[in-house]
Design a protein around this ligand. Structure first.
Ligand SMILES: Nc1nc2c(ncn2[C@@H]2O[C@H](COP(=O)(O)OP(=O)(O)OP(=O)(O)O)[C@@H](O)[C@H]2O)c(=O)[nH]1
Ligand SMILES: [Mg+2]
Length: 408
């Protein structure tokens, strides 16, 4: 009889540092996110190590005492990988690896690994592979400088160096090959996008795991892969959606994350072209997440990196079914009331005001408030349509009643 297959998660530990920008509460959130990323990559977190570090140790990132502590733990607990929340230099990564004799990853390396695991089309795979090589290249350089220093001036042209030089050349060749391949695919995609005609284009953007694909499925009655893991979507899906009598194209795309590796932003440029060419962005937010405001800031940061910060945007606050404000005891006169205590109504007022009415609060999963969502999207798409085709305005009268009847 066949043994039942058991999924084995690799045992891992996380390492984070405390400093002025990263007080305890922030760090906890970052490590929670890193734990979720680790789980997505196939790891089980069995320990967390934290140290107050104002200037990271150039050799080992954290102090030597901390490394010794981690070493003892990984030895006794059968740990396979140690993951740092912050970016490690090539030298740090190698030194730590030498001492711990385990796989050492930083946040960027981990995100790249997840992307590599999840990329299912050849296009996504090519983009990820490019990002991985871009990540690797300076690390090979680091390895080389390290050897150079160790060997001193004489006998520099030893086999070690030649080997690394060769490695670097192979990596560089591979990078330029992948870039060429991507340029070719980009051209094809551009033509495809061009063939879509003059329909208004709307793109779902937002932090990873906020519910973009779920919303896409609900709105377009399509079947896009949605899952409670990070980066469920790597490829862009485009669907034609009709609200009332108004057709437009809706695209679902890769989720963003804090400290998204720049290599990934670079190599996913063409996936992000869908965002760049959109007429309207639907910025989806998971309002039930305690740091959703930071998420909004991260997404806006990436949007400005790809020069989309000024696009017409509707803020879509999703997962209202899960939102719970923190509560204050009535006799607690000390704790200041902050946005964490806001009721849904208060958030609504704040964002409606900030967005000039372009904010909706929904639950894609429970299909709550979808009418309001449709109404807002309809109104904005219609505006774009009319500004683009003023002459056939008569084709698009207000149809607010019609589409609301579509919903059973
Ligand atoms: N409670 C609740 N869960 C939701 C809601 N919308 C989506 N989810 C869940 O959130 C998880 C992530 O949903 P996805 O639609 O995959 O999220 P995404 O933004 O496409 O994620 P990536 O593609 O990974 O960036 C899934 O488990 C969904 O079922 C909602 O309104 N309420
Ligand atoms: Mg998705």
């Amino acid at each position: 009889m066949l043994d039942k297959e058991t999924i084995s998660y690799e045992r891992t530990v996380l390492v984070g540092i405390l400093n002025r920008e990263q007080p305890e509460e922030k760090l906890r959130e970052y490590l929670d996110e890193l734990e979720f990323l680790t789980y997505t990559a196939g790891g089980e977190v069995v320990g967390r190590f934290i140290q107050r570090v104002d200037t990271p140790n150039p050799k080992t990132f954290v102090g030597s005492g901390k490394i010794a502590e981690i070493e003892e733990f990984v030895r006794e607990n059968d740990v396979g990988a140690v993951i740092f929340d912050d970016e490690l230099s090539a030298v740090q990564q190698r030194n730590i690896e030498k001492q711990l004799r385990r796989k050492i990853l930083d946040r960027t390396g981990l995100i790249l690994d997840i992307f590599a695991q999840r990329a299912s089309t050849s296009y996504a795979r090519t983009q990820v592979e490019l990002a991985q090589y871009e990540y690797l290249l300076p690390r090979l350089t680091g390895l080389w400088t390290h050897l150079e220093r160790q060997r001193g001036g004489i006998g520099m042209r030893g086999p070690g160096e030649t080997e690394i030089e060769t490695d670097r050349r192979i990596v560089r060749d591979r990078i330029s090959l992948l870039k060429k391949k991507l340029t070719r695919i980009d051209k094809q995609m551009e033509t495809q996008r061009g063939n879509r005609g003059s329909l208004v284009r709307v793109a779902l953007v937002g932090y990873t795991n906020v519910g973009k694909s779920t919303l896409m499925n609900v709105i377009s009655k399509s079947e896009v892969f949605a899952e409670n893991k990070l980066f469920a979507t790597l490829d862009t899906t485009v669907r034609k959606v009709v609200l009332g009598n108004l057709p437009f194209l809706l695209s679902d795309t890769v989720g963003f994350i804090r400290k998204l590796p720049t290599q990934l932003v670079e190599s996913f440029k063409s996936t992000l072209d869908e965002v760049r060419e959109a007429d309207l962005l639907l910025h989806v937010v998971d309002i039930s997440h305690p740091s959703f405001e930071d998420h909004i800031a991260s997404v806006n940061q990436i949007l400005s990196e790809i020069k989309c910060a000024d696009k017409q945007t509707v803020m879509v606050f999703n997962k209202i079914d899960l939102y719970k404000p923190e509560t204050l005891d009535e006799d607690d006169l000390i704790t200041p009331r902050t946005s964490r205590h806001y009721s849904m109504g208060e958030w609504r007022k704040t964002w409606m005001h900030r967005m000039g009415g372009n904010a909706v609060f929904i639950s894609a999963l429970n299909r709550e408030n979808l009418d309001e969502f449709r109404k807002t999207v309809y109104r904005e798409v219609r505006k774009i349509h009319i500004s683009r085709f003023p002459y056939n305005n008569f084709l698009y009268p207000e149809h607010l009643d019609e589409y609301t009847q579509e919903e059973p």
